[in-house]
Structure formats: C-alpha cells, structure tokens
Design a protein around this ligand. Sequence first.
Ligand code: NAD
Length: 330
Amino acid sequence: MISFKSILITGGAGFIGSHVVRRMVNNYPSTNIINLDALTYASNIKLLDDCKNKSNYKFIKQNINDFEALKALFSKYDFDSVIHLAAESHVDNSIKNPFIFAQTNIQGTLNLLEAAKQHWGNNIKNKRFYHVSTDEVFGSLTKKGCFTEKSAYDPRSPYSASKAASDHLVRSYFNTYGLPIVLSNCSNNFGPGQHREKLIPLMIKNIAEEKPLPIYGKGNNIRDWLYVEDHAHAIDLIFHKGISGETYLLGGNNEYKNLDLVYLLIKEVDSMLKRPKGSSVNLIKFVSDRLGHDYRYAIDSSKILKELNWKASTSFEVGIQKTLNYYLKK
Ligand code: NAD
C-alpha cells in the first residue's frame, strides 16, 4: 500500500466525488485532501459541509480546463497523487451539447496529466494518477454477457466517447512517459447526493411531487446499479493498492430494467408517503427513446475481487432505502 501526503481530488463537489472526499478525509487524517471543483450546475458543495472544518481538507474552486492554474496548484501544494473525477457526466446533455464534454472530459484530463507529468518529472516513485471512468466506454450489450477488462472500446454517445478518449490519454501517459496511472470503469451509481437529472433521483422526486415520470422508449433498457459508497470504497482500494498501468472494472451485480426500477420506486415512495398502493403508476409517461440508447450494461468484477478483495457490500434493497430516505427528507 502506498502512503500519500497530498491528494488532489477533482470533481469532489459532485455526486461520487463527495463520497470519495469524505472517505479520504476521515480515513487518512494525516493526508492533505485538496478538492478541486469548478462548481458547475451539477455540483453541490454543501454535500461536504461535514468536512469543511477538518484540518486535512481544503476546497479550491478551479476549472480543469485552465492548464496554467493547474500547474501553479501542483507547485503550490506539491500533490503526490490525483484522483480524477471531474467531468461532464450526463449523457442527455452530451447529445444536446457535445462541445463541453470534449473540452472538460478530454482536454481537461489531458491538462491534469500534463500538469502531473511536468511537476513530477522523473521522480515518479510513490506517485499516482487515478482516472475514474465508466463502463459506458464499452458500448452496449445484448441480453447475455458482461464487460471485462478485455472488452473492446465501442462508445456510442458523445459522453462515453469523451470518457473513452480520456481513458486512452491516461493509458498513453503510462506507455509513453511512465506516469504511474490506474484506471477504473464502473457501472451506474446511485445513492445520496446525486443530481436530480439522473434516473433514480428524478423518479423519486417526481413521484413525490406527483409529476410525470418520463421513460425512454418502452423502458426495456437494462442498467447495473452500484451503491455509491461501495464505489468510493473501491476507489480507495484501487488508489492505494492497485498496480500501476492496470484497469479495474466494477459493478453492483444489480441489473434492472428501467421500467421495473420505476415500478419499484413507485411502490416504495407511495408506501413511504402513505398513499394508496400503486397510486403513482399513472404518472408514467413513455417518451421518444434517447438517441443511440445503449440496451444493456453489465460488469464482470472478478478481477477486482481476486486482486483487491473488493465486492459490493450494500444490497440493492438497503442502498435504495438509504437513497429514498435522503431524497424524501430533502
Ligand atoms: P457529477 O456530475 O455529479 O460531478 C462532476 C463534478 O465535476 C461536479 O462537481 C462538477 O462541478 C465538476 N466539474 C465538471 N466540469 C469541471 C471542470 N471543467 N473543472 C472542474 N470541475 C468540473 O458526476 P458523478 O456522477 O459524480 O461522476 C464522477 C465521475 O465518475 C465522472 O468522471 C464520471 O464519468 C464517472 N462515473 C460516474 C458514474 C455514475 O453512475 N454517476 C459511473 C461511472 C463513472
């Protein structure tokens, strides 16, 4: 296990990043955790109110598209490691406006890689650059099979294409310059703190507010869901114990058809709000399918289980209950 002194976490005011920052701040009290985030519409810095007075935590508002600013921060804080989560993350937005996705996800990642490379030079012992990525880079599965570390890249949305490009850049810095990188590709996350544009919070809030529940196509698309704190745990393990140059895939082993998931949320929210059983079913509204909508994602997590002894520990039922409690209390 490598012991780091100063970790730069990008995108820490976002959904997954906030869980990663909290975990690192609490688990590594003698390590400085610097959270860099541009605070875009998707962020919520209040998620980290419980960390803001911790002596090993600092927040910096900065954009990863500003290369000179990144170089200056590396000099000032002498980061020995990076956990890179900052990204434009919503597929629908990427279909409407792909430019910002290329800018932040590709150019922004390149800026960070180059800033790290220039700062560390040949002194790469006990350094680490961890890139957090998505299983969407592998494209769409049919009913059978899973993505593995050997799956070919086949991104099908501007979002996944931008993440695929960033994955390739990260690996190129390992192969070309020997930068000590690790990379992970994860399935859909859920849990407290996710922006309302994403499926689970959107459906919970709309059911509670008796608003239409828009479902793409016939709702037959299948996603694998991982509870966000299990992802943060995996990130911690990969960051500290993963092998440089390696990629790890992880998922929750919780495959749900979108429509079935919405029915489940209707059942739970109606029951928590003491409404008659199924009374929100009539809110379901089928809408034109997402362009290029991937049919199914699923992950074979056996490498990370075997090598780092990680597997998701939160059952879907427990994770959904925590998520419902969070959104219905807000
Ligand atoms: P999010 O949209 O909730 O958070 C992204 C954060 O990045 C926000 O706080 C935003 O302000 C920040 N950011 C965006 N552009 C920036 C820029 N130019 N400079 C600095 N900060 C910027 O996203 P998330 O769901 O927490 O995802 C985090 C990472 O994990 C992303 O890289 C995403 O591709 C990856 N990922 C997400 C999932 C998922 O299901 N959410 C699954 C696998 C991988």
